[in-house]
Design a protein around this ligand. Sequence first.
Ligand SMILES: [Zn+2]
Length: 179
Amino acid sequence: MGLPTTPLDRTIKVRSRGHIPLYCPFCNHKDSRVLESRLTAENSSVRRRRQCESCEKRFTTYERLESLQFLVVKSSGNRQPYTREKLRAGVARACAKTMVTAEQIDDIVDAVEAELAQLGKREVPSSMLGELALARLKHLNQVAYVRFASVYRQFRSVEDFIEELNSLKEHEELLSNKS
Ligand SMILES: [Zn+2]
């Protein structure tokens, strides 16, 4: 279901890492509310429907996704380059067999990445990565939240959590191949 379009709809293309203010094309106000966001077909940008908080007109932005570059510091002190795929896989596993859609999973990862981009750090503790994802899951789906929280908090690191889930998955596949 699309949002109603008005003759005042404007599309602007911006290159953003999440921390550049997006000025309203009508009144130049700097705060807008995101009504809807989705990845474009080629997954290279995020299309967002926005509404200006001042004049309330709607416009669309295309934010180019730049791959975030920072190191994830595990509780052991080991550092690994951040990858979106790993974070997404962890969230997706927690959401398995729930009503959470692939788009909602992408939205969570987008939101976490936007927040991380805003922080602009070169190193981020894995615990922070996990807490950011958890905060979103909490609002979205109880089952996914509990799963993510119980597994992740026990392991204290998203990386450990994902590794564990991957090994569980392999185990499941081994079992199902046998039957
Ligand atoms: Zn405006």
